[in-house]
Ligand binder design. Sequence first.
Ligand code: ZN
Ligand code: ZN
Length: 152
Amino acid sequence: MSEDRVAVATGGCQCGAVRYALYVTPQKAHVCHCRMCQRATGGLFAALAGAPKADVAWTRGSPAVFRSSNLATRQFCRDCGTPLGFAYDLPEARAYVTIGSLDHPERVPVLMQYGVESQLPWVTFNEHVPTEETAADPKVAAFFAGLRSLQG
Ligand SMILES: [Zn+2]
Ligand SMILES: [Zn+2]
């Protein structure tokens, strides 16, 4: 299991009940401006960085899970509410953690912005990084075509 592996990045929730570790350098750091990420974080966008699912472990406690759509779940601390993670169901998909919950978020600069169709017009942010609308890439459009939000 994970005990003999060396964590490259660690993080956790605000109250400390849930902690996690990434055993590879955080990948695909991005923000997502979509309405589901806005709602899930209560923020203006979600900031996420990922790793292969086998390279992420919950090392203290376990998060509560909300199925935000038929394709993905979101993890958060049931005690303090900190949004901690996001993952598509596909086994080959990365598991993402919220950059703000990392112990060293300054080491994980955002490289991409997604969901810009829902970006709030007064949010100007990291304008030098590439942007992409949700499912703009034809390769993933078919995947998102099946998306059914379970957001209330
Ligand atoms: Zn907590
Ligand atoms: Zn999103």
